[in-house]
Design a protein around this ligand. Sequence first.
Ligand SMILES: *Cc1c(COP(=O)(O)O)cnc(C)c1O
Length: 471
Amino acid sequence: MDLKLQDDLKHTDQLLQLTKDFSSRFLSSIDKLAADKQVEINGEVSIPDAGIGGGAALEMFRQRYGHGITAAAGPRYWGFVTGGVTPASLMGDWLTSAMDLNSSDKSSVAFYIETETIALLKELFGLPDEFLGCFVTGATMSNFTGLAVGRQWLGQQLGVDIAADGMAALSGLKVLSGTPHSSISKAMSMLGLGRNNLVRIAVPEHRECVDIPALKKYLQENKGPFIYVANAGTVNTVDFDDIAELVKLRDEYGFWLHVDAAFGGFAACSDQWKHLLNGWEQADSITIDAHKWLNVPYDAAMIFCRHPQLQTMVFQNAGAAYLGDPSAQFNFINHIPENSRRQRALPAWFSLMAYGKEGYRWMVENNITLAKQLGSLLADDPNFVLLAPVRLCVVCFTLNVAATEEAAAVEEYLEILNASGVVCMTATVYDGRQAIRAALVNWRTSGKDVTMVYDAMKVLAEKIVNKYTYA
Ligand SMILES: *Cc1c(COP(=O)(O)O)cnc(C)c1O
């Protein structure tokens, strides 16, 4: 054995202890670390001829990257839609790496853990048993998988097996949606459906949900078959398509109904908010992210699909799974893009068991309450303009400056706000306005954080608003 490997093998326990100490120090200071900062890394590294061993690698990692570690998993990282690892999911993730099982190997316990975790998640979300659930790496891959099965369905309507014969036999396929996430066009590009074949159906004024009469009109006037991507939680204003109405249209006009509920799906955890998802249990496929509101580490999401045969046609690995009894042959690799894969389900299993339905209800409702609090503070402050009601966990706002100054003012404001380290938010364009969004989906976030962030926001906003108003 290589000497360094031999040495590390002998000292594995010590190396894990060092790693644990590093992790504990990081996690216990996460409240004080900057939510975001500009990182610069000096010099270059190259692979050493003789390795330095795990202990020295940790030290080098600390020196080289330590200053750049931010609290992206902390309570005030409100950019994109980003959860943060719960203690129990970290335990699961650590064990996942320690055991290094292949979750696609049916003979290993990993297979059973994934199967059971999917069942727990269906209970949490109130989704019926008919859905086959599988872990994938993120909502983008989940959307990809849902659209891939939808594409197979489209082909079937036209008498073509796309998985076997490819897209060449078809033309004019369209995917329809109101306010789709950017990952939908990416998935269309990867699937050969083509980004340009995404048809944006109208949305009502100042909304991001689809206008049902407009969709109905499109379906009456155009010849399908189509895939419709329903949005259950848009990233700017967490708007929801009326899924129950979409199900009615699907039953009348026959399209594939995919629901992108990457984080909006967590409304199902709360009796107060689950009505937003009414009808989703009848969708053909559903995307839900795990590394967002489930607060497990990257990278994990689920695809739920109720057409296992079509799914197998697309994703079967070689021909083997196609033969014989499909239920006896069941294996995740025949239903998703990945073949070998890490045991992504285990962090979720730990967190679901550790915190249960009540823990997740609390997490979701707490974040919503806090987002609404921030929304009211901004609505009452003349420096800001709230651009949409806070429907769930995202606050979308801009600065109260002249329209012509908006773009420059918002850019400058966001830069100094994020540079303060107190919070991280992301820029967006909403309703034609240059805007900022704050997404609260982290379990650590508290009322104290909202106050701290608002105080910092107010001081900086006064500066920028004055500058642009009296320039
Ligand atoms: C985040 C998100 C995605 C993409 O998710 P990844 O996990 O980054 O791949 C897709 N759809 C919606 C609505 C999202 O919020």
